[in-house]
Design a binder for this molecule. Structure first.
Ligand SMILES: NC(=O)c1ccc[n+]([C@@H]2O[C@H](COP(=O)([O-])OP(=O)(O)OC[C@H]3O[C@@H](n4cnc5c(N)ncnc54)[C@H](OP(=O)(O)O)[C@@H]3O)[C@@H](O)[C@H]2O)c1
Length: 314
């Protein structure tokens, strides 16, 4: 079978389609014939060598998001059956979604919504779970609250805007004016272009600031937060560590760094939202597996509307 691996860190050109061994079924494992995947910034960061945990693995398997068909199940698997169409994400220590077949645990996949394509389904897990868990578990967003989402047109941001609106929050979306048409579909209450407006210089106050892009730290957002305002970020250096210490020393305002966790129940929740048309999945483009280097380049340079999906082919 074929899979994309890397033998050294670097630009998109280090991604190589290689012949690899079919996975050995574990008792808790589910083997998926992968039909679609998608590109996440974490894939690009790993490719470039920013995540040292993977530094010694050669070859290093790449990719986390999957959608496909269940081919085999281990003895301990309870709910998922052979023949199910599923979607989910491989856990952090077991990448390999850019692959003809991948092994995953039951707690990381769910049945695919039947009203969307495999490309759309594979675009949900990493970004959709991050958005859901950020707003619900980290920000504790409530109906009627005001939230600013910085980086609203990307994978995480496009889900976050829709989930926040669905919750009944008042949403300000920050993104590039290039995404104006997409914003008309997403329909946030307000929309700021980051090229012309620095939101941290505005007077407006918020209950939650979700810094998806991770380029504005807690310090620079502090004055924009209401007295119990929550700053939530995807970037550890901008909102974790020192800020979490700081929040213990201050009253009211808080800062949190999100760490997305695989979760089948959360995927089931997103499935329901998609099936009832409460969430639209924005797939900007689809690249074949052979063109994965171009797909990585595209995500990093072309400002996609939402996600970049991969057609695994067989
Ligand atoms: N901690 C976790 O568990 C976790 C989980 C998922 C993701 N993440 C991280 O979260 C970040 C976003 O992920 P993603 O999947 O949403 O990435 P993405 O699809 O690449 O989206 C990034 C978004 O940021 C926007 N952006 C670029 N420059 C900006 C600026 N100066 N000001 C405001 N927005 C700007 C982009 O807009 P343009 O299209 O105009 O460039 C795009 O909307 C990544 O760094 C990723 O690694 C962390």
């Amino acid at each position: 079978m074929k899979a994309v691996v890397i033998y050294k860190f670097g630009g998109p050109e280090v991604l190589k389609v290689s012949e690899v061994e079919y996975p050995k079924l574990r008792n808790d494992g589910i083997i998926i014939k992968v039909l679609a995947s998608s590109v996440n910034p974490i894939d690009c960061k790993i490719r470039e060598g920013f995540h040292t945990k993977q530094a010694l693995l050669r070859p290093l398997f790449m990719g986390y998001d999957i959608a496909g068909e269940v081919i085999e199940i281990g003895n301990d698997v309870k709910k998922i059956k052979v023949g199910d169409f599923v979607y989910g994400n491989l856990e952090s220590d077991s990448a390999g979604a850019y692959s003809h077949f991948a092994q995953v645990r039951e707690n990381a996949i769910a049945n695919k919504p039947d009203n969307i394509s495999f490309f759309e389904a594979a675009s949900i897990p990493y970004a959709g779970l991050t958005a859901l868990q950020s707003l619900r578990d980290y920000a504790n967003l409530q109906a009627g609250e005001k939230i600013l989402i910085n980086g609203a047109s990307g994978g995480v941001g496009s889900f976050a805007v829709q989930l926040a609106k669905e919750k009944g929050a008042k949403v300000t979306a920050v993104c590039n004016a290039k995404h104006t048409t997409m914003m008309q579909e997403l329909n946030p209450d307000y929309f700021l272009d980051y090229n012309t407006t620095d939101f941290t210089k505005q007077k407006e106050k918020y209950d939650v600031i979700f810094d998806v892009k991770g380029n504005k730290n807690f310090d620079s957002c502090y004055h924009l937060l209401n007295s119990n305002g929550r700053y939530v970020t995807t970037e550890p250096t901008k909102g974790g560590g020192i800020y979490n210490l700081f929040l213990k020393l201050t009253q009211g305002k808080s800062a949190k760094y999100v760490k997305m966790k695989s979760n089948a129940d959360d995927l089931d929740f997103l499935t329901k939202m998609v099936k009832s048309n409460k969430i639209i999945v924005f797939v900007d483009s689809v690249f074949p597996l052979d063109a994965l280097p171009q797909a990585h380049y595209y995500l990093e340079n072309n400002h996609p509307n939402g996600k970049v999906a991969i057609d695994i082919g067989h």
